[in-house]
Each structure stands twice: as structure tokens, then as C-alpha cells.
Design a binder for this molecule. Structure first.
Ligand SMILES: Cc1cc2nc3c(=O)[nH]c(=O)nc-3n(C[C@H](O)[C@H](O)[C@H](O)COP(=O)(O)O)c2cc1C
Length: 185
């Protein structure tokens, strides 16, 4: 049976490298029978977490802030797989993605012990730098996050060597890695 996939796109560039990775991943996933919803976070009104710890009262609208996250919560709830898609910004994920991801804490607040819903996850990341040294900080963050949440890491594409928007479109091996990962779910 096909999986339900929720992509959180943290790139502000509509035709950027992250978007190209997402398109390749989506093509692979849809060809394999999965269903994909992608949120372009830059276009949405999503505020940072207030740290109020007052959410988790209404499963349909778990956060006290009522903004663009209202569209994401039901898709996230139904998703088997969550895809974190982001450019590398200062050896981490973009602010757009961090803001949205922090707000998923309101969903964990729905349970008495702050248990996160169990998901599978994927990381798609574009970056200017290349090599293991460049990606080590974000790899540690992503794998640590998945481990702490108890999510199953299905894989990551670290697409280095891409600075200009769309540069990754000439890196066929990177797009193929994203498409293959989508098809492999
Ligand atoms: C604010 C900012 C910070 C960045 N920091 C890094 C970095 O730490 N390491 C790196 O390799 N590339 C860095 N880059 C380059 C981007 O990751 C790269 O251009 C990427 O392909 C952008 O993806 P996009 O086209 O999806 O926006 C940075 C770019 C910007 C604008």
C-alpha cells in the first residue's frame, strides 16, 4: 500500500536546489504509488514557537498560535513519512524549517508524556560545500533528532557543490539519489 508523505520545504528559493531535490524525490515516490504533500514554508505565515507549553489541547489545532501551521497539522498527523527538505544555512537547516518543526511540539503536547507520533523520516539538503566535514554537523542534528523522536530514518540526500539556484539540475547523480530514495519508500 502507498505511503502518505509530508514534505516540509525550508528553502526560500522557489526554483532552488532544494526544490529540485523535492521534485525528483516526489517523482520517484509517486511512481512507486505513494502520495505526497509538499508545504513551501516560505510562502506560509508560520511563527516561531513561543515555548509556552500551553498547547496540546485540541488535536485538530494543537498550538495556541493560529497561523499557517493549521494547514500542516492534519497532513502531519496522517503522514507515514516526514521529509525535512532544506538548504544548508550555517551548517544547519534553514530558519523556515526550524520554525515549522519546533511547532510540531504542540502535537507531542497532546500526550501526557509528550510522546511524539511515530513517523519515518527523510532529509533532503542542498549546500554549497561538499564532503563529509561540511555535512557532519547537520548529519549529527538529523540523526540525533530522528533517534530522540523514535523516528525511523529512511535515508538522506546531502547534495553538496550547489550554490546558484538550480545548480543541482546539472548534477544527475544527486537528482537520481533523491528519486531513488523516493521510490525506495
Ligand atoms: C544564509 C546562507 C547560509 C548558508 N550557509 C551554508 C553553509 O553553512 N554551508 C554550505 O555548504 N552552504 C551554505 N549556503 C549555501 C546554500 O546551502 C546553497 O546555496 C544551497 O544550494 C541553497 O539551496 P536552495 O537553492 O534550495 O535555496 C548558505 C547560503 C545562505 C543564503
Amino acid at each position: 500500500m502507498g505511503k502518505t508523505i509530508c514534505i516540509l520545504n525550508g528553502s526560500p528559493r522557489p526554483n532552488g536546489n532544494t526544490k529540485a531535490l523535492i521534485q525528483a524525490f516526489t517523482a520517484g515516490a509517486e511512481a512507486a504509488g505513494h502520495s505526497v504533500t509538499c508545504f513551501d514554508l516560505q510562502k506560509m505565515d508560520i511563527h516561531g514557537c513561543l515555548g509556552c507549553c500551553a498547547g496540546g489541547k485540541d488535536p485538530a489545532s494543537p498550538c495556541v498560535q493560529k497561523d499557517g501551521m493549521e494547514r500542516i497539522y492534519p497532513v502531519y498527523a496522517a503522514a507515514d513519512t516526514v521529509v525535512l527538505a532544506s538548504p544548508m544555512y550555517y551548517w544547519g537547516i534553514s530558519g523556515q524549517l526550524k520554525c515549522a518543526f519546533d511547532r510540531l511540539f504542540a502535537v507531542a503536547e497532546l500526550t501526557p508524556d509528550y510522546a511524539n507520533p511515530k513517523k519515518e523520516c527523510v532529509l533532503l539538503m542542498a549546500a554549497e560545500g561538499e564532503g563529509e566535514d561540511n555535512f557532519a554537523p547537520v548529519r549529527a542534528f538529523y540523526e540525533g533528532l530522528a533517534g530522540h523522536l523514535g523516528w525511523k530514518n529512511l535515508g538522506a540526500v546531502y547534495a553538496g557543490g550547489n550554490m546558484e539556484a538550480g545548480a543541482v539540475r546539472s548534477r544527475r547523480e544527486q537528482l537520481k539519489a533523491a528519486a531513488d530514495l523516493g521510490a525506495s519508500l
